[in-house]
Design a protein around this ligand. Structure first.
Ligand SMILES: N[C@@H](CCC(=O)N[C@@H](CS)C(=O)NCC(=O)O)C(=O)O
Length: 210
């Protein structure tokens, strides 16, 4: 059975956790304690040299070391329910929105958090190398996040799901990202009724409670 390397509180493994749950893919869970730096231990580096979670170790010994790989693998081994779209144009829309949300929203939040949190001093980026915090990046990240949310509210107005006419990976990424925005004290629902209604739909899915 695949082994899923997780840290329950962190947003990135939550994305993969939701995908595995939506697909009904059985797996064992091992927690990697990011709070105590276990991701940097020699033992975990052997599993994922990038020192990040999520990672998914497959039965044949292959290790998938990021959300992109885990989602692609999950869709291939368990096509139902589809999360990456079914027609060519749907697949393009899901990939495009997923990439935009990662770059314009997820990364903007991470910029704020990682460049301000005292516990992340010297660890402004995840991974095997240490980087100092740059306070200006936190300011820029907050501005980028707020601009993204305003564009996203316009996009979600009159829509049920983010990328296509059905729940997809883009909803997973965006839903987790907007919960993560709470970590930097941004309430994505405030003054944005379309986002609030869509998040209420997401909250009704058991996978989002994991
Ligand atoms: N590209 C990775 C990013 C994963 C990532 O950044 N994970 C964070 C937790 S949210 C991490 O492992 N951080 C370790 C650290 O901060 O040292 C993915 O999405 O799969």
């Amino acid at each position: 059975m695949p082994v899923f390397y997780d840290f329950t509180r962190a947003p990135s493994p939550r994305r993969a956790r939701i995908v595995l749950a939506e697909k009904g893919i059985a797996h064992e869970v091992r927690q990697v304690d990011l709070a105590s730096g276990e991701q940097l231990s020699d033992e975990y580096r052997k599993i994922n040299p990038a020192c990040t979670v999520p990672a998914l170790a497959l039965d044949d010994g292959a290790v998938l070391t990021d959300n992109a790989g885990i989602a692609a693998w999950a869709e291939a081994v368990q096509p139902d329910p589809p999360l990456l779209g079914t027609t060519p144009i749907e697949k393009a829309a899901v990939a495009s929105w997923n990439s935009r949300i990662e770059g314009e929203c997820f990364m903007a939040i991470a910029e704020v958090l990682r460049n301000t949190a005292k516990g992340m001093a010297g660890r402004a980026l995840p991974g095997p190398n240490n980087y100092e915090q740059i306070p200006e990046l936190a300011e820029r990240g907050r501005a980028r996040l707020l601009h993204f949310l305003d564009r996203f509210e316009q996009h979600m107005t009159g829509r049920e799901w983010v990328a296509i006419g059905a729940f997809s990976l883009a909803d997973v990424t965006a839903g987790v990202a907007l919960d993560f925005a709470g970590w930097v004290k941004v309430d994505a629902n405030e003054g944005r009724p379309a986002i609030a209604a869509w998040r209420a739909r997401l909250a009704g899915r058991p996978s989002f409670g994991l």
